[in-house]
Write a protein that binds this ligand. Structure first.
Ligand SMILES: Nc1nc2c(c(=O)[nH]1)N[C@H]1C(S)=C(S)[C@@H](COP(=O)(O)OP(=O)(O)OC[C@H]3O[C@@H](n4cnc5c(N)ncnc54)[C@H](O)[C@@H]3O)O[C@H]1N2
Ligand code: MOO
Length: 417
């Protein structure tokens, strides 16, 4: 029934393995968005770098709540009804300031993110104080005491290193750098990271039926969906993909485009012209190159080409839009994830089917679907031309080769898009 998906992935892995030996490059943080980290990032500092307040409030020594003999204390410092204790006010601590130590019986107005004074071990939010506001700018020592409710040690204190410990590997090589990872790097004081340069990929769509972009369709013509679909998918995955269309079945025209692509691309991907028709331009254009054309035990994405053009790795995806996109998702993306650490593989979960499903014997079937209320519902049929259904889906269902019928409720492998 054709080559297995795992055997074809192994062939792609062999083809692309030399790409894993590229030199990393150093980029400013925001310019590294979407790329794969080439080296581990070790935290040069702890986060937080110092104990600080989580609230606008009053830093206190919680032992004072239990000590009747603190400076302002004695029984008179405790109000009868609400269990409040009086504290004299220390100097205010804005964020960014380095406070002096806090004495027994004192409460220091402290702002969110400000450094805890030595001796303080908790913060009472200002709205829990009596009065529930910070003192005005009256001279130090003349302000009225503030009454505070008892709190436990550690309340509203963010301890040094409680998020990230200095010296820890916080981002492993291979991690895809999204906003959170770049924000962490910035928070650690880094300005640049070592990343894998995006792979340059030529996406060449072929077919005499392809109309000029934006043109009114002539009879028998279609617009080129694949160029945009694949280029966007690859770019979303952090690759430097550029589209070309060859609107002809003339092998010489495609050949010219492939020769040009091989001058700059590190991977050339074509769509169309790889099955059993009488005018398979891709097959014909590459007849004298080390390229094999095989049929996979997969639907969609059955017919495939693989080899090199002028020494540049070449993949020939089928022309049906869903077929070429599934080829990317199920064949190429997992291999790049494994070899280069990016893009991240799709998250795979198991969910019950919302409806029955049948699948061709001996083929991995890849259906488009939506995850809804703890189950997965198919979107559209198995046809590889169903672009509208693809656009309405947010998941793939993978039905193994040996499965032909599944009842509603059967558990299936789901890839989240
Ligand atoms: N006798 C057989 N016929 C076919 C077989 C087979 O095994 N025996 N396989 C079928 C399968 S499965 C697929 S998939 C397609 C693959 O065909 P090709 O890769 O040769 O692609 P084309 O024939 O050029 O196009 C197929 C289909 O897709 C449309 N297409 C092509 N390019 C684009 C584009 N850029 N944007 C939108 N749509 C595109 C094209 O018009 C065709 O409808 O072969 C089956 N046939
Ligand atoms: O395998 Mo083709 O890719 O179904 O439509």
């Amino acid at each position: 029934m054709g080559r297995s998906v795992s055997a074809h992935r192994a062939a792609i892995r062999g083809l692309l393995a030399p790409l894993a030996a590229r030199e990393p490059e150093v980029r400013a943080l925001v310019d590294a968005l979407g790329l794969a980290l080439a080296r581990d990032v070790v935290a040069p500092v702890s986060l937080p770098p110092f104990d600080n307040s989580q609230m606008d409030g009053f830093a206190v020594r919680t032992a004072d709540f239990r000590d009747p003999d603190v400076a302002t204390g004695g029984e008179g410092a405790r109000d009868g009804a609400g269990g409040l204790r009086a504290f004299s006010l220390a100097a205010s601590i804005p964020a960014g300031a380095v406070p002096g130590p806090l004495s027994a019986g004192q409460a220091a107005p402290i702002m969110t993110g400000a450094m805890m004074p030595e001796g303080a071990d908790a913060v009472v939010p200002v709205e829990h104080a009596v009065p529930p506001r910070f003192p005005g700018p009256s001279p130090l020592g003349s302000a009225d005491p503030v009454l505070l409710p008892e709190i436990k040690p550690g309340t509203f204190v963010r301890l040094v290193g409680s998020d990230v410990a200095e010296g820890a590997v916080v981002l492993a090589a291979g991690t895809r750098l999204g906003p959170a990872q770049l924000g962490l790097a910035a928070g650690l004081g880094l300005t640049e990271v070592s990343v894998w340069r995006p792979l340059r990929v030529a996406v060449v769509s072929t077919g005499a039926e392809l109309a000029e972009p934006g043109a009114v369709l002539g009879l028998g013509q279609i617009h080129d969906a694949n160029g945009t679909l694949l280029t966007a998918a690859l770019r979303e995955a952090g690759l430097d993909a550029r589209a070309t269309a060859v609107r002809s079945d003339e092998p010489a025209a495609l050949r010219e485009a492939l020769d040009d692509a091989a001058t700059w691309a590190e991977l050339v991907v074509t769509t169309g012209g790889v099955s059993k028709g009488a005018f398979e331009a891709t097959k014909l254009a590459l007849a004298d190159d080390p390229v094999e054309f095989v049929h996979l035990a997969m639907q969609p994405g059955g017919p495939q080409g693989l080899g090199t053009v002028h020494g540049v790795p070449f993949l020939g995806f089928p022309g049906n839009p869903v077929s070429c996109w599934v080829s990317w998702e199920v064949l190429l993306r997992p291999v790049l994830a494994e070899l280069l650490g990016a893009p991240a593989p799709r998250r795979r979960i198991v969910l019950p089917l919302a409806e029955p499903l049948d699948s061709p014997a001996g083929k991995l079937q890849v259906r488009r679907a939506r995850v809804d209320g703890g189950a997965v519902a198919l979107v559209g049929g198995p046809g590889s031309h169903l672009l509208g259904a693809l656009a309405a889906s947010d998941a793939l269902v993978l039905v193994p080769e040996d499965v032909t019928d599944l009842p509603p409720g059967a558990n299936v492998e789901v890839w989240l898009l």
